[in-house]
Design a protein around this ligand. Structure first.
Ligand code: PLP
Length: 477
Protein backbone atom coordinates (compact mmCIF):
# COMPACT_ATOMS: atom_id res chain seq x y z
CA UNK A 1 0.00 0.00 0.00
CA UNK A 2 1.27 3.48 -0.86
CA UNK A 3 1.92 6.00 1.88
CA UNK A 4 0.07 9.27 2.38
CA UNK A 5 0.17 11.81 -0.47
CA UNK A 6 1.09 15.25 0.85
CA UNK A 7 0.89 18.60 -0.97
CA UNK A 8 4.35 19.38 -2.46
CA UNK A 9 6.05 22.63 -3.46
CA UNK A 10 5.26 24.20 -6.85
CA UNK A 11 8.79 23.54 -8.23
CA UNK A 12 8.32 19.78 -7.87
CA UNK A 13 10.21 18.14 -10.70
CA UNK A 14 12.30 15.07 -11.29
CA UNK A 15 15.41 15.63 -13.36
CA UNK A 16 15.60 12.56 -15.61
CA UNK A 17 18.84 10.62 -15.19
CA UNK A 18 21.54 11.12 -17.82
CA UNK A 19 21.24 8.89 -20.92
CA UNK A 20 24.26 6.93 -19.76
CA UNK A 21 22.59 6.14 -16.41
CA UNK A 22 19.40 5.08 -18.20
CA UNK A 23 21.58 2.75 -20.24
CA UNK A 24 23.06 1.19 -17.09
CA UNK A 25 19.52 0.29 -15.95
CA UNK A 26 18.51 -0.99 -19.40
CA UNK A 27 21.51 -3.36 -19.47
CA UNK A 28 20.33 -5.17 -16.36
CA UNK A 29 16.83 -5.51 -17.79
CA UNK A 30 18.22 -6.98 -21.03
CA UNK A 31 20.23 -9.53 -19.12
CA UNK A 32 17.17 -10.48 -17.09
CA UNK A 33 15.44 -11.27 -20.38
CA UNK A 34 18.38 -13.49 -21.29
CA UNK A 35 19.39 -11.25 -24.21
CA UNK A 36 22.89 -11.45 -25.61
CA UNK A 37 24.47 -7.99 -25.22
CA UNK A 38 27.37 -6.75 -27.32
CA UNK A 39 28.73 -3.60 -25.75
CA UNK A 40 29.53 -0.37 -27.50
CA UNK A 41 27.36 1.60 -25.08
CA UNK A 42 28.68 1.30 -21.55
CA UNK A 43 31.70 3.52 -20.85
CA UNK A 44 32.79 1.30 -17.98
CA UNK A 45 36.40 0.27 -17.30
CA UNK A 46 37.39 -3.07 -18.78
CA UNK A 47 37.26 -5.97 -16.29
CA UNK A 48 40.69 -6.86 -17.74
CA UNK A 49 42.23 -3.98 -15.75
CA UNK A 50 40.50 -4.75 -12.44
CA UNK A 51 43.03 -5.52 -9.76
CA UNK A 52 43.09 -8.72 -7.71
CA UNK A 53 40.97 -8.07 -4.63
CA UNK A 54 42.88 -10.17 -2.10
CA UNK A 55 46.26 -9.08 -3.37
CA UNK A 56 45.11 -5.45 -3.07
CA UNK A 57 43.82 -5.98 0.47
CA UNK A 58 47.05 -7.67 1.57
CA UNK A 59 49.13 -4.88 0.02
CA UNK A 60 46.89 -2.40 1.86
CA UNK A 61 47.36 -4.12 5.22
CA UNK A 62 51.13 -4.24 4.79
CA UNK A 63 51.04 -0.56 3.81
CA UNK A 64 49.08 0.36 6.95
CA UNK A 65 51.71 -1.41 9.03
CA UNK A 66 54.40 0.56 7.21
CA UNK A 67 52.58 3.87 7.86
CA UNK A 68 52.15 2.92 11.53
CA UNK A 69 55.88 2.11 11.88
CA UNK A 70 56.96 5.26 10.03
CA UNK A 71 54.81 7.56 12.15
CA UNK A 72 55.23 5.55 15.34
CA UNK A 73 51.55 4.96 16.01
CA UNK A 74 49.91 1.60 16.70
CA UNK A 75 48.41 0.15 13.51
CA UNK A 76 45.16 -0.55 15.42
CA UNK A 77 44.84 3.18 16.05
CA UNK A 78 45.00 3.94 12.31
CA UNK A 79 42.51 1.17 11.60
CA UNK A 80 40.13 2.54 14.23
CA UNK A 81 40.41 6.11 12.98
CA UNK A 82 39.74 5.14 9.37
CA UNK A 83 36.31 3.83 10.44
CA UNK A 84 35.65 6.82 12.71
CA UNK A 85 34.88 10.52 12.35
CA UNK A 86 37.74 12.61 11.03
CA UNK A 87 38.43 15.86 9.21
CA UNK A 88 36.24 16.97 6.27
CA UNK A 89 39.27 16.75 3.98
CA UNK A 90 40.15 13.24 5.08
CA UNK A 91 42.13 11.28 7.61
CA UNK A 92 45.30 12.66 9.15
CA UNK A 93 48.08 10.73 10.84
CA UNK A 94 49.79 12.64 13.64
CA UNK A 95 48.06 15.72 12.17
CA UNK A 96 49.40 15.21 8.64
CA UNK A 97 46.98 14.66 5.75
CA UNK A 98 49.01 11.72 4.45
CA UNK A 99 46.69 10.54 1.60
CA UNK A 100 46.28 14.08 0.20
CA UNK A 101 50.00 14.84 0.53
CA UNK A 102 50.92 11.66 -1.32
CA UNK A 103 48.37 12.23 -4.06
CA UNK A 104 49.67 15.80 -4.58
CA UNK A 105 53.22 14.44 -4.94
CA UNK A 106 52.34 11.65 -7.38
CA UNK A 107 49.87 13.51 -9.58
CA UNK A 108 51.98 16.69 -9.61
CA UNK A 109 55.05 14.61 -10.49
CA UNK A 110 53.27 12.71 -13.25
CA UNK A 111 52.09 15.90 -14.94
CA UNK A 112 55.19 17.90 -14.15
CA UNK A 113 53.57 20.60 -12.06
CA UNK A 114 53.45 21.56 -8.39
CA UNK A 115 50.27 20.80 -6.43
CA UNK A 116 49.72 22.38 -3.01
CA UNK A 117 48.16 19.87 -0.60
CA UNK A 118 45.91 22.65 0.77
CA UNK A 119 44.25 22.79 -2.66
CA UNK A 120 43.48 19.05 -2.76
CA UNK A 121 39.97 18.10 -1.59
CA UNK A 122 38.63 14.54 -1.62
CA UNK A 123 35.26 14.14 -3.36
CA UNK A 124 32.85 11.28 -3.98
CA UNK A 125 33.95 10.53 -7.54
CA UNK A 126 34.20 13.42 -9.97
CA UNK A 127 30.40 13.23 -10.04
CA UNK A 128 30.57 14.45 -6.43
CA UNK A 129 33.01 17.20 -7.43
CA UNK A 130 30.66 18.47 -10.14
CA UNK A 131 27.84 18.48 -7.61
CA UNK A 132 29.92 20.43 -5.09
CA UNK A 133 30.94 23.08 -7.59
CA UNK A 134 27.36 23.57 -8.77
CA UNK A 135 26.22 23.75 -5.15
CA UNK A 136 28.84 26.38 -4.32
CA UNK A 137 28.01 28.57 -7.31
CA UNK A 138 24.30 28.13 -7.84
CA UNK A 139 22.89 28.02 -4.33
CA UNK A 140 23.06 31.73 -3.38
CA UNK A 141 20.32 32.49 -5.90
CA UNK A 142 22.19 34.83 -8.27
CA UNK A 143 21.61 34.08 -11.97
CA UNK A 144 24.47 31.78 -12.87
CA UNK A 145 25.83 30.69 -16.26
CA UNK A 146 28.02 27.70 -16.93
CA UNK A 147 29.79 27.40 -20.22
CA UNK A 148 30.19 23.93 -21.57
CA UNK A 149 31.10 22.20 -24.78
CA UNK A 150 28.32 21.02 -27.05
CA UNK A 151 28.27 18.02 -26.75
CA UNK A 152 29.32 17.68 -23.12
CA UNK A 153 29.31 15.10 -20.33
CA UNK A 154 25.69 14.18 -19.64
CA UNK A 155 26.35 13.97 -15.89
CA UNK A 156 27.28 17.64 -15.91
CA UNK A 157 24.14 18.64 -17.82
CA UNK A 158 21.93 16.69 -15.42
CA UNK A 159 23.48 18.29 -12.34
CA UNK A 160 23.66 21.82 -13.74
CA UNK A 161 20.02 21.72 -14.78
CA UNK A 162 18.80 20.92 -11.29
CA UNK A 163 19.21 24.54 -10.24
CA UNK A 164 16.52 26.83 -11.61
CA UNK A 165 18.84 29.84 -11.46
CA UNK A 166 21.59 28.20 -13.56
CA UNK A 167 21.82 28.14 -17.37
CA UNK A 168 24.29 26.35 -19.61
CA UNK A 169 25.69 28.39 -22.51
CA UNK A 170 27.08 25.97 -25.03
CA UNK A 171 30.30 26.05 -27.01
CA UNK A 172 30.41 24.23 -30.36
CA UNK A 173 33.32 21.95 -31.16
CA UNK A 174 35.31 21.11 -34.28
CA UNK A 175 37.84 18.35 -34.84
CA UNK A 176 40.45 20.12 -32.65
CA UNK A 177 38.13 20.80 -29.74
CA UNK A 178 35.85 23.54 -28.44
CA UNK A 179 36.02 26.73 -30.54
CA UNK A 180 37.83 29.35 -28.47
CA UNK A 181 36.17 32.40 -30.04
CA UNK A 182 32.76 30.89 -29.26
CA UNK A 183 33.81 30.60 -25.62
CA UNK A 184 34.48 34.33 -25.66
CA UNK A 185 31.23 35.26 -27.40
CA UNK A 186 29.21 32.96 -25.14
CA UNK A 187 30.77 34.44 -21.99
CA UNK A 188 29.80 37.87 -23.28
CA UNK A 189 26.29 36.72 -24.21
CA UNK A 190 25.78 35.21 -20.73
CA UNK A 191 26.99 38.40 -19.07
CA UNK A 192 24.78 40.53 -21.31
CA UNK A 193 21.85 38.33 -20.22
CA UNK A 194 22.61 39.24 -16.60
CA UNK A 195 24.31 36.01 -15.50
CA UNK A 196 27.39 35.60 -13.39
CA UNK A 197 29.64 33.24 -15.35
CA UNK A 198 30.63 30.60 -12.79
CA UNK A 199 33.06 28.59 -14.92
CA UNK A 200 33.74 26.91 -18.23
CA UNK A 201 33.48 23.11 -17.87
CA UNK A 202 35.46 20.93 -20.29
CA UNK A 203 37.45 17.74 -20.73
CA UNK A 204 40.81 18.19 -22.44
CA UNK A 205 41.62 14.48 -22.71
CA UNK A 206 39.30 11.69 -23.76
CA UNK A 207 36.43 14.12 -24.27
CA UNK A 208 33.20 12.36 -23.27
CA UNK A 209 31.30 12.09 -25.54
CA UNK A 210 33.28 14.12 -28.13
CA UNK A 211 35.70 11.24 -28.73
CA UNK A 212 38.75 13.51 -29.14
CA UNK A 213 41.60 15.07 -27.17
CA UNK A 214 41.80 18.86 -27.46
CA UNK A 215 44.92 19.81 -29.47
CA UNK A 216 47.72 21.75 -27.75
CA UNK A 217 47.19 24.86 -29.88
CA UNK A 218 43.48 24.84 -29.07
CA UNK A 219 44.26 24.44 -25.35
CA UNK A 220 46.41 27.55 -25.59
CA UNK A 221 43.70 29.52 -27.40
CA UNK A 222 41.09 28.49 -24.82
CA UNK A 223 43.36 29.39 -21.92
CA UNK A 224 44.04 32.81 -23.45
CA UNK A 225 40.29 33.50 -23.72
CA UNK A 226 39.87 32.39 -20.10
CA UNK A 227 42.57 34.89 -19.11
CA UNK A 228 41.19 37.72 -21.18
CA UNK A 229 37.63 37.18 -19.97
CA UNK A 230 38.84 36.26 -16.48
CA UNK A 231 36.96 33.02 -15.92
CA UNK A 232 37.64 29.73 -14.20
CA UNK A 233 38.18 26.56 -16.23
CA UNK A 234 36.86 23.38 -14.62
CA UNK A 235 38.73 20.50 -16.19
CA UNK A 236 37.03 17.15 -15.64
CA UNK A 237 39.85 14.66 -15.99
CA UNK A 238 38.99 10.97 -15.88
CA UNK A 239 41.23 10.23 -18.89
CA UNK A 240 44.60 12.09 -18.89
CA UNK A 241 46.30 8.78 -18.07
CA UNK A 242 44.33 6.86 -20.72
CA UNK A 243 46.25 8.34 -23.62
CA UNK A 244 47.29 6.58 -26.82
CA UNK A 245 49.58 9.40 -27.93
CA UNK A 246 53.33 9.23 -27.76
CA UNK A 247 54.49 10.66 -24.40
CA UNK A 248 56.65 13.25 -26.14
CA UNK A 249 53.82 14.76 -28.20
CA UNK A 250 50.97 14.36 -25.71
CA UNK A 251 49.57 17.74 -24.65
CA UNK A 252 49.47 18.48 -20.93
CA UNK A 253 46.12 18.85 -19.15
CA UNK A 254 44.96 22.42 -18.52
CA UNK A 255 45.87 22.31 -14.82
CA UNK A 256 49.49 21.55 -15.69
CA UNK A 257 49.79 24.62 -17.92
CA UNK A 258 48.03 27.10 -15.68
CA UNK A 259 50.30 29.98 -14.63
CA UNK A 260 47.35 31.95 -13.17
CA UNK A 261 45.96 29.04 -11.10
CA UNK A 262 42.51 29.52 -12.62
CA UNK A 263 41.97 25.85 -13.45
CA UNK A 264 40.00 23.60 -11.10
CA UNK A 265 40.97 20.05 -11.97
CA UNK A 266 38.84 17.02 -11.17
CA UNK A 267 40.92 13.89 -10.74
CA UNK A 268 39.11 10.59 -10.29
CA UNK A 269 40.59 7.21 -9.47
CA UNK A 270 37.71 5.55 -11.39
CA UNK A 271 39.70 4.86 -14.57
CA UNK A 272 43.26 4.50 -13.25
CA UNK A 273 42.16 2.39 -10.26
CA UNK A 274 38.53 1.41 -9.65
CA UNK A 275 35.22 3.27 -9.77
CA UNK A 276 33.46 1.44 -6.94
CA UNK A 277 35.41 3.05 -4.10
CA UNK A 278 34.41 6.53 -5.40
CA UNK A 279 37.87 7.97 -4.67
CA UNK A 280 38.51 11.32 -6.34
CA UNK A 281 40.36 14.55 -5.62
CA UNK A 282 39.48 18.05 -6.69
CA UNK A 283 42.46 20.38 -7.12
CA UNK A 284 41.20 23.87 -6.31
CA UNK A 285 43.81 26.63 -6.33
CA UNK A 286 41.50 29.52 -7.27
CA UNK A 287 40.22 32.33 -5.05
CA UNK A 288 36.98 34.28 -5.51
CA UNK A 289 36.60 37.97 -4.82
CA UNK A 290 33.16 39.33 -3.94
CA UNK A 291 32.13 42.78 -5.27
CA UNK A 292 32.68 44.17 -1.74
CA UNK A 293 36.31 43.05 -1.87
CA UNK A 294 36.11 39.97 0.39
CA UNK A 295 38.23 37.09 -0.86
CA UNK A 296 37.65 33.39 -0.29
CA UNK A 297 39.42 30.29 -1.58
CA UNK A 298 37.08 28.00 -3.50
CA UNK A 299 38.71 25.15 -1.57
CA UNK A 300 37.21 26.63 1.63
CA UNK A 301 33.79 27.04 0.04
CA UNK A 302 33.90 23.46 -1.18
CA UNK A 303 35.07 22.13 2.18
CA UNK A 304 32.30 23.87 4.12
CA UNK A 305 29.79 22.49 1.60
CA UNK A 306 31.10 18.96 2.17
CA UNK A 307 30.84 19.51 5.93
CA UNK A 308 27.11 20.08 5.55
CA UNK A 309 26.41 17.40 2.94
CA UNK A 310 28.66 14.32 3.10
CA UNK A 311 30.38 15.40 6.32
CA UNK A 312 33.61 13.69 5.32
CA UNK A 313 35.04 11.23 2.80
CA UNK A 314 35.44 7.48 3.29
CA UNK A 315 38.83 7.49 5.02
CA UNK A 316 39.44 3.78 4.45
CA UNK A 317 38.99 4.15 0.69
CA UNK A 318 41.37 7.13 0.63
CA UNK A 319 44.00 5.09 2.45
CA UNK A 320 43.43 2.15 0.10
CA UNK A 321 44.08 4.46 -2.84
CA UNK A 322 47.11 5.79 -0.98
CA UNK A 323 48.39 2.22 -0.78
CA UNK A 324 47.83 1.91 -4.54
CA UNK A 325 50.13 4.93 -4.99
CA UNK A 326 52.93 2.94 -3.33
CA UNK A 327 55.11 0.14 -4.48
CA UNK A 328 56.82 -2.32 -2.14
CA UNK A 329 60.56 -2.06 -2.14
CA UNK A 330 63.07 -4.44 -0.51
CA UNK A 331 62.86 -2.55 2.78
CA UNK A 332 59.50 -0.81 2.79
CA UNK A 333 57.22 1.22 0.56
CA UNK A 334 57.88 4.02 -1.91
CA UNK A 335 55.62 6.38 -3.81
CA UNK A 336 55.41 5.46 -7.48
CA UNK A 337 54.46 7.26 -10.66
CA UNK A 338 51.13 6.08 -12.08
CA UNK A 339 52.45 6.16 -15.65
CA UNK A 340 53.39 2.49 -15.58
CA UNK A 341 49.88 1.58 -14.45
CA UNK A 342 48.54 3.97 -17.10
CA UNK A 343 50.58 2.31 -19.83
CA UNK A 344 49.13 -1.09 -18.97
CA UNK A 345 45.57 0.26 -18.95
CA UNK A 346 45.90 2.51 -21.98
CA UNK A 347 47.45 -0.48 -23.81
CA UNK A 348 44.28 -2.53 -23.24
CA UNK A 349 42.00 0.33 -24.33
CA UNK A 350 44.18 1.08 -27.34
CA UNK A 351 43.84 -2.53 -28.51
CA UNK A 352 40.07 -2.29 -28.10
CA UNK A 353 40.03 1.03 -29.92
CA UNK A 354 42.07 -0.40 -32.78
CA UNK A 355 39.61 -3.30 -33.18
CA UNK A 356 36.71 -0.85 -33.29
CA UNK A 357 38.39 1.52 -35.77
CA UNK A 358 39.52 -1.33 -38.03
CA UNK A 359 35.98 -2.77 -37.98
CA UNK A 360 34.37 0.58 -38.79
CA UNK A 361 36.84 0.99 -41.61
CA UNK A 362 36.11 -2.50 -42.92
CA UNK A 363 32.32 -2.19 -42.83
CA UNK A 364 31.76 1.51 -43.45
CA UNK A 365 35.02 2.90 -44.86
CA UNK A 366 33.89 2.68 -48.49
CA UNK A 367 31.16 5.23 -47.85
CA UNK A 368 32.76 8.42 -46.51
CA UNK A 369 29.77 10.39 -47.79
CA UNK A 370 27.51 8.42 -45.40
CA UNK A 371 29.66 7.60 -42.37
CA UNK A 372 32.41 9.30 -40.44
CA UNK A 373 33.82 8.66 -36.97
CA UNK A 374 36.35 10.21 -34.61
CA UNK A 375 39.74 8.57 -34.01
CA UNK A 376 40.36 9.27 -30.34
CA UNK A 377 43.90 9.78 -29.05
CA UNK A 378 42.69 9.20 -25.49
CA UNK A 379 39.72 8.05 -23.46
CA UNK A 380 36.99 5.50 -24.04
CA UNK A 381 34.83 6.93 -26.83
CA UNK A 382 34.42 7.52 -30.55
CA UNK A 383 31.49 9.30 -32.20
CA UNK A 384 29.94 7.78 -35.31
CA UNK A 385 28.10 10.29 -37.53
CA UNK A 386 25.52 9.23 -40.12
CA UNK A 387 25.79 11.81 -42.89
CA UNK A 388 23.15 10.43 -45.23
CA UNK A 389 20.22 12.09 -43.49
CA UNK A 390 18.12 8.90 -43.62
CA UNK A 391 17.98 8.07 -39.94
CA UNK A 392 17.26 9.84 -36.67
CA UNK A 393 19.41 8.34 -33.91
CA UNK A 394 16.84 8.71 -31.15
CA UNK A 395 15.93 6.32 -28.33
CA UNK A 396 13.86 4.18 -30.67
CA UNK A 397 16.73 3.85 -33.14
CA UNK A 398 19.10 2.73 -30.40
CA UNK A 399 16.53 0.28 -28.96
CA UNK A 400 16.11 -1.11 -32.48
CA UNK A 401 19.84 -1.82 -32.66
CA UNK A 402 19.63 -3.67 -29.36
CA UNK A 403 16.57 -5.73 -30.34
CA UNK A 404 17.51 -6.55 -33.93
CA UNK A 405 21.30 -6.52 -33.78
CA UNK A 406 22.09 -7.15 -30.10
CA UNK A 407 24.51 -4.22 -29.96
CA UNK A 408 24.33 -1.33 -27.50
CA UNK A 409 25.28 2.25 -28.35
CA UNK A 410 24.36 5.57 -26.74
CA UNK A 411 22.31 8.15 -28.63
CA UNK A 412 24.11 11.49 -28.71
CA UNK A 413 21.15 13.87 -28.38
CA UNK A 414 21.30 13.65 -24.57
CA UNK A 415 24.80 15.18 -24.57
CA UNK A 416 23.67 18.42 -26.22
CA UNK A 417 22.27 21.38 -24.33
CA UNK A 418 19.41 23.79 -25.06
CA UNK A 419 18.92 25.72 -28.28
CA UNK A 420 18.09 29.07 -26.62
CA UNK A 421 21.64 29.56 -25.39
CA UNK A 422 23.55 28.26 -28.41
CA UNK A 423 25.54 30.75 -30.46
CA UNK A 424 23.04 32.52 -32.76
CA UNK A 425 24.37 31.01 -35.97
CA UNK A 426 23.53 27.49 -34.75
CA UNK A 427 20.03 28.03 -33.43
CA UNK A 428 18.20 27.20 -36.68
CA UNK A 429 19.65 23.70 -36.77
CA UNK A 430 20.23 23.25 -33.03
CA UNK A 431 17.29 20.87 -32.65
CA UNK A 432 19.05 18.41 -34.99
CA UNK A 433 22.26 18.22 -32.97
CA UNK A 434 23.05 14.68 -31.91
CA UNK A 435 20.25 13.11 -33.94
CA UNK A 436 22.66 11.79 -36.55
CA UNK A 437 25.31 10.60 -34.09
CA UNK A 438 25.99 7.62 -31.85
CA UNK A 439 28.51 7.43 -29.03
CA UNK A 440 30.54 4.24 -29.26
CA UNK A 441 32.46 3.12 -26.16
CA UNK A 442 35.36 0.72 -26.74
CA UNK A 443 36.31 0.34 -23.08
CA UNK A 444 34.06 -2.44 -21.88
CA UNK A 445 33.44 -6.08 -22.65
CA UNK A 446 32.13 -8.65 -20.20
CA UNK A 447 35.08 -10.92 -21.01
CA UNK A 448 38.12 -10.28 -18.84
CA UNK A 449 40.74 -12.34 -20.71
CA UNK A 450 42.57 -10.89 -23.72
CA UNK A 451 41.27 -13.32 -26.30
CA UNK A 452 37.65 -13.05 -25.16
CA UNK A 453 37.85 -9.27 -24.84
CA UNK A 454 39.21 -8.70 -28.34
CA UNK A 455 36.82 -11.16 -29.88
CA UNK A 456 33.85 -9.53 -28.06
CA UNK A 457 34.93 -6.11 -29.31
CA UNK A 458 35.20 -7.52 -32.82
CA UNK A 459 31.73 -9.10 -32.62
CA UNK A 460 30.16 -5.87 -31.31
CA UNK A 461 31.80 -3.86 -34.11
CA UNK A 462 30.73 -6.43 -36.70
CA UNK A 463 27.12 -6.28 -35.44
CA UNK A 464 27.13 -2.50 -35.62
CA UNK A 465 28.81 -2.37 -39.04
CA UNK A 466 26.34 -4.85 -40.52
CA UNK A 467 23.38 -3.06 -38.93
CA UNK A 468 24.50 0.24 -40.44
CA UNK A 469 24.86 -1.34 -43.87
CA UNK A 470 21.44 -2.95 -43.62
CA UNK A 471 19.77 0.25 -42.43
CA UNK A 472 21.30 2.18 -45.32
CA UNK A 473 20.37 -0.43 -47.92
CA UNK A 474 24.01 -1.25 -48.66
CA UNK A 475 25.10 -4.74 -49.83
CA UNK A 476 25.92 -7.04 -46.90
CA UNK A 477 29.56 -7.76 -46.22
C1 PLP B 1 33.78 13.11 -18.18
C2 PLP B 1 33.38 12.29 -17.02
N1 PLP B 1 33.18 12.90 -15.84
C3 PLP B 1 32.83 12.21 -14.74
C4 PLP B 1 32.65 10.84 -14.80
C5 PLP B 1 32.25 10.12 -13.56
O1 PLP B 1 33.36 9.75 -12.86
P1 PLP B 1 33.35 9.28 -11.34
O2 PLP B 1 33.31 7.81 -11.36
O3 PLP B 1 34.61 9.82 -10.79
O4 PLP B 1 32.16 9.90 -10.68
C6 PLP B 1 32.87 10.16 -15.99
C7 PLP B 1 32.67 8.72 -16.06
O5 PLP B 1 32.65 8.08 -17.06
C8 PLP B 1 33.24 10.91 -17.14
O6 PLP B 1 33.45 10.32 -18.32
Amino acid sequence: MNGKTVIGPSFLKVTPPAVTRQMAGALDRLKQRGKQVNHLGAGYPSPRVASDYLEGQNHFLRYLKHVADTHKVPVEQIMRSMRGYADTTGITIKGRPIPRENFAKVYGGDFDTGIDTAHVIPTTGSTGAIDLLCTVFASPGEKIAYLSDNPTYAGFITRAQRDNNATIYSVPMDAEGPIAEDIRSQIRAARADGHHVAFYYTMADGHNPGGIAITQSRREEIYKVAQEEDIIIVEDGPYPYISFEDASSRPKPFFAQDPDKRVIHLFTASKIWEPGKRVAYMIVPTTLKAPDGREMGINELVTTTIASTNLMPDHESLLQFDAFLHTETGNGFALRSLWEEAEFRAGIYQQNRDVLLAGLDHYLGEYPEIFKWTKPGSGFFSVLTLLGGHHRTDGQFVSGLIEADEVTTIPMFGFYTGIETMPLRLRDTGHLLGYNELRLAFSYTEEDDDEGRLSAMQTATEKLGRAMRRLHGLPMK
